[in-house]
Design a protein around this ligand. Structure first.
Ligand code: PSV
Ligand code: MN
Length: 388
């Protein structure tokens, strides 16, 4: 059995990045529901993120989305993050909310639009230089709604060209993450629809290009842990966007829809030693909280990732390997299920006590009065959100 000390040490060192956009207003295709107390700018998003970190102890970095988080002075934003004990994480260029991008960004048939998108990626690398972020995290809404609308093959060439320009601009300690999504907003063909397409582009680009797995971006029934295991084996798993889905890209709190899937993913991570910092796998959340209050929802998500991780760490690797070698199908499955069925909440409570934080982060947050404080203090101004 894995010893408790090792398991606890791994849980203490785990890092989960929260997305700036999860603190702002968001919505469904039909409506953006406004919440009270929502941050009005990226600085206030960081204030909220600091709460998630304060109560969980494992969420010290925040991903930014540009232009949603555009500021005049990124050094000041970085300084604000550092004053809160935070770091600025992955930079995500948004090339999907301008009219120019109606027919795509890097894959657009119009060279002027492609150039505009390329410039936007380069601007994001400039921002990374100031914020100290190590990852340029790319997702493209590019795709087609109708057969014949554009050339699928030529769009791949345009994509290669645009990615190459951004990749070549990266500094030595920076990397590119390429996220895929099987549909939406395009319905007939998406330009980076799956991990295979992303992987192929990453191979072309070079070692510092890696695949980003957003757990909501697969067809129903896809075996995501297979993808994770494969990419880990090739050194090309750059990170995750964790969230839950019941139907499409639902962006619900991770671990809400299928905690067993999350455990299976974390099992592959632990097996490959990829929890270690040196593995450079970024564990990021990518969620929208439309009904539930945002800060406690993010805390809940962090706890869900921790629980799945703790269970994965409890898998008896020796017993599993033995059963697998002997072809003991039921025995091997039982080893995995024993770990999954363990109630890890007491163990995590101990980990938190050892870290000097409250064993029940959600209750502690609710007691803190922060939720009431932001509702009272952020009455004026425009709340941050998808349209901002
Ligand atoms: C797209 O659905 C996505 O998963 C990408 O990561 C975006 O950057 C993010 O959601 C926010 O729109
Ligand atoms: Mn995502």
């Amino acid at each position: 059995m894995p010893d408790q000390k090792t398991v606890k040490a791994a849980l203490t060192k785990q890092r989960i990045e929260t997305p700036s956009w999860a603190y702002g207003n968001s919505g469904t295709r039909f409506k953006t529901f406004l919440q009270e107390g929502v941050p009005r700018d990226p600085f206030e998003k960081l204030d909220d993120a600091a709460q998630v970190h304060a109560f969980t102890g494992v969420a010290p970095s925040v991903a930014l989305h540009i232009p949603w988080d555009r500021v005049d002075d990124y050094a000041a934003l970085r300084a604000h993050a550092e004053s809160l004990g935070l770091e600025l994480g992955a930079i995500n260029p948004n090339t999907f909310q301008e009219d120019d991008y109606k027919l795509g960004s890097l894959c657009n048939p119009d060279p002027a639009v492609r150039e505009k998108a390329q410039r936007q990626l380069l601007e994001c690398v400039d921002i990374m230089d100031v914020t100290g972020s190590d990852a340029l995290s790319l997702w493209f809404a590019d795709g087609l709604n109708y057969p014949g609308q554009d050339s699928i093959a030529e769009r791949q060439e345009r994509l290669s060209e645009g990615l190459r320009i951004a990749y070549d601009r990266l500094g030595e300690h920076q990397r590119m993450l390429l996220e895929y999504k099987f549909f939406e907003p395009a319905f007939y063909a998406t330009d980076v629809p799956d991990w295979g397409t992303s992987y192929a582009h990453c191979l072309d680009l070079g070692e510092r290009a890696q695949v980003l797995v957003d757990t909501g971006h697969h067809a129903p029934g896809t075996n995501i842990e297979f993808i994770v295991a494969f990419l880990l084996g090739r050194g090309r798993l750059g990170g995750f966007h964790f969230n839950s889905r019941f139907y499409a890209d639902d962006d619900l709190m991770v671990g809400a829809a299928d905690p067993f899937q999350l455990f299976r993913i974390m099992h592959e991570i632990v097996r490959a030693g990829a929890l270690e910092d040196s593995a450079d796998v970024a564990f990021m959340l990518d969620q929208c909280h439309n009904l539930e209050p945002k800060v406690p929802a993010l805390i809940r998500s962090v706890l869900n990732v921790q629980e799945a991780t703790a269970k994965a760490l409890l898998v008896d690797g020796d017993a599993l390997a033995r059963a697998q070698r002997e072809g003991d199908v039921l025995g091997a499955h039982a080893v995995l299920m024993d770990a999954y069925n363990t109630d890890v909440r007491p163990l995590l409570a101990e980990v938190r006590e050892d870290m000097g934080i409250d064993p029940d982060p959600i209750a502690a947050y609710q007691r803190s009065g922060y939720g009431e404080k932001i509702i009272a203090g952020r009455k004026e101004g425009t709340p941050a959100g998808w349209e901002a």
